[in-house]
Ligand binder design. Sequence first.
Ligand SMILES: [Cu+2]
Length: 488
Amino acid sequence: MTYFRHKKGVFKHQKGFARRRVAFVMLLVSALLITAIVASTALRASPPTSAAVTPLNVPTLIDSRTQNGPIVIDIKEGEHAFYPGVKSKTSGYNGGYLGPTIKMYKGESTDISFTNHLDEPTNIHGHGLHVVGKIDGGPQNKILPGETWNVTIPVSQQASTNWYHPHLKGSTAKQVHSGLAGFYLIEDGHSLSLGLPNTYGIDDIPLVIQDRNFVDGKMTPYPAGNMPEDLREDTLVVNGTINPYTMVPKSFVRLRLLNGSNARSYEFYLEGEQPFYKIATEGGLLPSPVEITTLKMAPGERNDIVVDMSVIENQKVLARFLPMSYNGFNAALIPFSESQPVLELRADGSLEALASELPTQLNTITPYLEKDVEVERVFELDDMSINGQQMNMKVINHESKLGQLEKWTIDSGRHPFHMHGTSFLILSMNGNPPAPEDQGWKDTIYPNGTAEILLKFDYEAPEQWPYMYHCHILEHEDMGMMGQFTVK
Ligand SMILES: [Cu+2]
């Protein structure tokens, strides 16, 4: 088995069958496309309504302000019951699957001590953090079995929803799939003064969305041997629970959505296409809440949304499984899955309604101006490489200057693009200005075409500890769809 990577719309096939297979697929496309559209339409009309029976698993909260000494995180193999009573072999941080949510504050430092109890190297990347290369946790930064990585994170960025996960070249996909992922939440004085829902697990709920396969209730382990082109599985898993519910106050409820899947993109919506509010992108709060009815998210992206639970008893959050590209040709090549439940919110009048109003002003974002751009770079993602090059640990692909405004044109095709060390603002998406809900700070983007972004780097990343840019389909990243750069 080999992987054929010379065309967009990559698929797996046997050597020697390329031409015949392509012709066969081309013949199938129109029929499948029609089927897919019909299926999609039908699914939109009838979302899943099966009652949720499992209480939502909410990761343990570790608040950095309550710690005496470093936060201790043990990285280890374990077990986790996705379905009640059926245990799967998994990995986790301080537990069987996923890890604690670590809350940090702007202007303060957080000490964390990560010990690797696995029988293979791992590392910890702070996805979304604005920190120097050495703390960022790129592939150079290995934690060998038995070793401890002590890190002090100086938090200088605004309130935002970020996450930590392994980032070793070649084993990121497998390790994240096994359960290694957790939230870093950052708050600041402003975010805490707004009156947004922020009671953890009650009206401020982190949700990591993943897809997994199960046989007899047990999670299928990551495929051994040949890595799949990209791993898309059939069952939606939310914080390690399937079809969960949670009790919430009769008020506004904040959901911090993280697409922590290896390769799948989703479109989130409420049952009946009820409106909800998007209040934050990856790097911080939006200027104002933006009312939307659907929200697409690629791997690595985070968005905070607010659902009004003041007048309804029950609200289901659902997700459509998106094809490889949001639109077009590839749609027919990937089996369409039905919409699946993310979370059932059940209003409980006995819980104190903490956030009865949603502020109309959330944040001030001073836009970067295109006229101030000093350097332009282009990133073409194709053929499992970026600008025709695959990741080479010994090659620095470019050098950025501290504080210099850069414009990056990202011709990403079907690949979500992420860079380390900073947040960017979108200048254009496929030739259009960003929609209001996309006019926030981001670090991961899936334009499904071409985007222009503006960004600058405020922290150093020398040759020993460079920053990465890469496709956030983890299999693609592991196969080399990644580059590295310094900031000085
Ligand atoms: Cu990719």
